[in-house]
Design a protein. Structure first.
Length: 187
């Protein structure tokens, strides 16, 4: 069985990466995502082990010290990390794994492994991004303002990625992402 590839998908908060990935995984069963560890509190209906592994800061730091993460970063005051073991297990099953991570973690991985395909997802505009953040109803106005300010910095990082997609129409973006993955998997 052919070992699966690793893909990075990064985007500013609210650009729609989770929606695009959910749609892609429904369509293609040989693609999966990683479940990151985080120190942040669960939002809404998020479930431990499905959306994230919610851990204490001390447990997260212990895991980082023990080298259990492929990458980790602090984002909006919370720590996020990708488990080496979980990714390797999925790859061994022949699954292509998409890491939904921010540019800090992406830069760590891209520096370590040139075989990783990197994709950055942009919103159509900052005003569209603001509307999406408001619509999802998970953040205070103060948090939305902070995320929008960070989004401008995040979007500048897209120049470091191999592929850049603009998430205007979800199905079109999903199909473009699938095309990138399919082309990489065939090589």
């Amino acid at each position: 069985m052919k070992r699966g590839n690793i893909f990075i998908l990064s985007a500013p908060s609210g650009a729609g990466k989770s929606s695009v990935l959910s749609s892609l995984i429904e369509m293609e069963k040989n693609i999966t995502t990683s479940v990151s560890h985080t120190t942040r509190e669960p939002r809404g209906n998020e479930k431990n082990g499905l959306d994230y592994y919610f851990v204490s800061k001390s447990r997260f730091l212990e895991m980082a010290k023990d080298g259990e993460f492929l990458e980790f970063a602090e984002v909006f005051g919370n720590l996020y990390g990708t488990s080496k073991k979980a990714i390797a297990e999925k790859q061994e099953k022949g699954l292509d794994v998409i890491l939904e991570i921010d540019w800090q973690g992406a830069n760590q991985l891209m520096a370590l492994d040139s075989d990783i395909t990197s994709i950055f997802l942009l919103p159509p505009s900052l005003s569209d991004l603001e509307a999406r953040l408001i619509k999802r109803g998970q953040d205070s106005q103060e948090s939305i303002n902070r995320r929008l300010a960070q989004a401008e910095d995040d979007m500048r990082q897209s120049a470091n990625y191999q592929h850049t997609l603009t998430n205007n129409i979800l199905e079109d973006t999903r199909d473009q992402l699938f095309s990138i993955i399919k082309n990489r998997s065939e090589t």
